[in-house]
Write a protein that binds this ligand. Sequence first.
Ligand code: RIB
Length: 303
Amino acid sequence: MKSISILGVFVADLCFIGDRIPSKGQTILGKKHVVGPGGKGSNQAIAAARLNGEVSFITKIGKDSHSEMAFNLYKEAGVKTNSIIQDEKLFTGVAGIMIDKDGNNAINVVSGAAEHLVAEDIDNKIETIKNSEIFLTQMETPDEITIYALKKAKEHKCITILNPAPARKIDEGNFKLIDFFTPNETEAEFYLNKKIETDSDIKNAADEFLNKGVKNVIITLGEKGIYFANKNEKFFLESYNLRQPVIDTTGAGDAFNGALAVGLANDLDIKEALNFANKVAGISTTRLGAAASMPFAKELENN
Ligand code: RIB
């Protein structure tokens, strides 16, 4: 199995569950409150490790009760932590998450210590990237660090996956650094600056990303599944048929990306890797929480 390095953010998710997500200026009475581990990169690392991936996580974190939560989580999941920089002068990030009765969410992330990652930190942890064959990242770390790390990962011949969430600007010349690009529909709309509504819009959007230099595009479509395109093949895949109701979609994209990395690490063919990632993402939506909702490999057989 190939090894995986993941650059990203850990935050403590403060989740408020209620009938609806309050609108601007509104106060509502919620039903439940949960504090748990989150942050896209960290969630992806947990997803991959629980699926038996060999995973190193690269981030910056504070020294407080939230960082303790993170280290306990990594220990339990078997994520390698030697590339986590701890700075006691900084605070570990937090996210406020509102969840409605159908599992939809609205999220505000304050990345905290991880906002202070600098290129030198990546250089100091370069062995981790160098020793991995797959490099996965998102857009929660500072833009210049995301791009710097992608460049380094390419220099060291890694397969790169960019989950462009939350959507933030990528300079045109940098799309060529991306082997697998995994926007959802909203993120794809942001990058192409146009509405994506129909199947043909989705297909055209994927072609535009390929023209920008991305090697493989996966547009995730929530309950509708995904669309995959590279220069040789293009297809839609339906989402996994769930046996339980959806209760919280937070982290479903992370489950997908972590599982995709494991599928590629195991040299699955692309359709198999995507079906595997769809299944893992689907199962994660039937549980509350982000990192907490990631299934273990052995659970996949019974789901
Ligand atoms: O993708 C879900 C994650 O986004 C949450 O865990 C939250 O922390 C934000 O980073």
